[in-house]
Design a protein around this ligand. Structure first.
Ligand code: HEC
Length: 203
C-alpha cells in the first residue's frame, strides 16, 4: 500500500504533506522526491518547485496558521499587489470571458506569444451557458448582480484575483498576478467579467 501511495505522490509531483503523513512518509522525503523529479527542468521551472515563505507556513500548519502567521501572510501578500499604471481596475469582460476557460500557460516549452488563461472554470461556475466547471471554489454566477458595485468592491475583487492570499491566507486559489501568471491588465478584465452588469456572469 505504501508503495502505491508513494508512486502516486511521485506522479502528482505537488506538495501533498497531508497524504505523506497518512502514508507515514516524512514531508522531507516528499520534498526530496519532488525536487528529484524536476532536477533536469529549466532553472525557471525548478524555481517554482520551491515554496515561498507563505506556502511554507501554509504547509507547516496544514493551511490553518495561527493568528500571528495569518496576519503576516495577509500583510506580505497585500504588499505584492500591483495595480495597472493608469489606475483603472475595470477592464473588458469580453476579453476575460474568452480566456476564463483557457488553462494555457506555465508549462515547459510555452509559446510566449500565446495568451495565458485564467482557467477560472477549473474551480468556479461562471455562466449558465458553460456547464463544464469545477467546484473547488464557490460558484461566481451572479457575482456582480448580488453586490453593490462601488470602488471598494472593485478594489476588493481586483485584490482577490491578483493575490487570493492577500484576502484569505492559504487559499487554494492561485495568486495569479503576484506570481506573474496574469498581468494587471488581464486581472482588471477578470474584474469586469465578474462585476459588469453586461457580463454573462450577471445575466
Ligand atoms: C485552483 C482553483 C481556483 C482557480 C483556478 C480559481 N479560483 Fe477563485 N477561488 C478558489 C477557491 C478555493 C476560492 C474560495 C477560497 C477563497 O476565497 O480564497 C476562490 C474564491 C474566489 C473568489 C471570492 C469569492 C467570494 O464569494 O468571496 C473570487 C472573486 C474568485 N475566486 C475569482 C476567480 C477568478 C476570476 C478566477 C480566474 C482568473 C479564479 N477565481 C480561479 C479557487 C480557484
Amino acid at each position: 500500500m505504501k508503495m502505491v501511495i508513494k508512486a502516486t505522490l511521485c506522479t502528482l509531483g505537488v506538495g501533498l504533506a497531508g497524504l505523506a503523513e497518512a502514508a507515514d512518509v516524512s514531508a522531507e522525503k516528499v520534498e526530496a522526491l519532488i525536487e528529484a523529479a524536476f532536477a533536469h527542468a529549466p532553472a525557471e521551472v525548478r524555481g517554482r518547485v520551491e515554496q515561498d515563505e507563505t506556502l511554507r507556513v501554509c504547509t507547516a500548519y496544514r493551511d490553518n496558521p495561527p493568528d500571528d502567521q495569518w496576519d503576516a501572510i495577509l500583510e506580505r501578500e497585500k504588499a505584492r499587489i500591483v495595480y495597472p499604471a493608469d489606475g483603472v481596475l475595470m477592464g473588458d469582460w469580453k476579453v476575460a470571458l474568452k480566456e476564463a476557460n483557457n488553462g494555457y500557460g506555465w508549462r515547459m516549452r510555452d509559446i510566449p506569444e500565446r495568451v495565458v488563461g485564467g482557467n477560472c472554470y477549473a474551480c468556479h461556475q461562471l455562466t449558465e451557458a458553460e456547464v463544464g466547471y469545477g467546484n473547488l471554489g464557490p460558484s461566481l454566477l451572479g457575482y456582480g448582480k448580488d453586490r453593490e458595485i462601488d470602488e471598494e468592491l472593485i478594489v476588493a475583487t481586483y485584490n482577490k484575483i491578483f493575490n487570493a492570499q492577500s484576502v484569505l491566507p492559504c487559499s487554494q486559489m492561485p495568486r495569479f498576478g503576484s506570481n506573474g501568471f496574469l498581468t494587471p491588465e488581464q486581472v482588471r478584465d477578470y474584474v469586469a467579467m465578474l462585476l459588469d452588469p453586461e457580463s454573462p456572469v450577471n445575466k
